[in-house]
Ligand binder design. Structure first.
Ligand SMILES: Nc1ncnc2c1ncn2[C@@H]1O[C@H](COP(=O)(O)OP(=O)(O)OP(=O)(O)O)[C@@H](O)[C@H]1O
Ligand SMILES: [Mg+2]
Length: 268
């Protein structure tokens, strides 16, 4: 099926009242974020989407694909499911070596280029992690960040899923800027649950959650996109100094002044 859009029809908040936002739509190519405090229902929302909720979850939400109730095959046959959900807590049931796991997945997906696609997946994953993944190690031996990087790469490259839902990738030590840049090369619907300013402001829009309910959909304003560049600069500055403190090095005020003067959009 050629996926053009996915629609989420609102249900009820945690207290049983109707959700303020009655519905929202994601179109092919959209990058969106879900924001909101801890416990506000972000994970519940992407789980609803991931299981094609049809008023059969506690939220009573419904999900439509191309304006229609999705076929049962999406849920029953993993190979025809267009949604990949990268969860907040990853654990593998398989202790196969990485290379073999990816090879098997490529085969199940009937990839026409099983060797190169595994290589491409590993390269993708390694760009997101600090330490490269050892292809001979068992899936269960990967670090949290490596596991998530591999799952993202697997969903994007081998799974070729048109809709990718990611729950708080920033907490797994994944390089967010790289992830956003890499994912930007693929024409898909990406939905990030995030507490991260960078990811939220680099999204086309952000869905605001509170009390288990969808409250509002905020389109990223042009001014916000401009601010994002400057806020990124501030964050890099913070990280630079944090890394120096971690490395046991002294900090210099001149260094801070120079970095602040280099802030994009600021006249010297
Ligand atoms: N609309 C709703 N109706 C009933 N229960 C809900 C609803 N939304 C969320 N919940 C429940 O509230 C709890 C907290 O929600 P959830 O885990 O989705 O929060 P979260 O925003 O992902 O939090 P965190 O930032 O800590 O990951 C869960 O048990 C979830 O099932
Ligand atoms: Mg959550």
């Amino acid at each position: 099926m050629d996926i053009q859009k996915i629609t989420i029809l609102g249900g009820t908040a945690r207290d049983g009242s109707r959700e303020p936002l009655a519905s929202f739509e994601l179109r092919m190519g959209d990058v969106a974020s879900i924001v909101g405090p801890t416990g506000s229902g972000k994970t519940a929302l992407i789980n609803d989407i991931g299981m094609f909720a049809n008023a059969n979850t506690p939220t009573l939400r419904r999900v439509l694909i191309n304006d229609e109730v999705p076929p049962a095959s999406f849920r029953e046959d993993p190979a025809s499911n267009p949604i990949a959900l990268i969860t907040q807590h990853t654990s593998f049931l398989s202790d196969l070596p990485v290379q073999r796991f990816l090879g098997l997945h490529a085969k199940i997906r009937r990839s026409e280029r099983p060797e190169t696609i595994v290589e491409e997946t590993l390269q993708f994953a390694n760009q997101l992690t600090g330490e490269p993944i050892d292809v001979d190690s068992a899936m269960t031996e990967l670090s949290g960040g490596q596991s998530r990087a591999l799952l993202i790469a697997d969903a994007v490259v081998i799974g070729n899923s048109p809709i990718i839902l990611l729950d708080e990738i920033e907490n797994a030590g994944i390089d967010r800027s790289r992830a956003l840049a890499l994912l930007g090369n693929y024409q898909k619907i990406f939905l990030f649950v995030t507490h991260d300013l960078h990811i939220a402001l680099h999204s086309t829009y952000r869905l605001v959650m509170r009390g288990g309910a969808m409250q509002d959909l905020i389109v990223t304003a042009e001014t916000e996109s401009r601010m994002a560049t400057r806020l990124d600069h501030l964050e890099k500055t913070m990280i630079h100094f944090r890394d120096r403190v971690r490395a046991g090095l002294p900090l210099s005020e001149d260094d801070l002044n120079t970095r602040l003067a280099q802030m994009p959009g600021v006249q010297p």
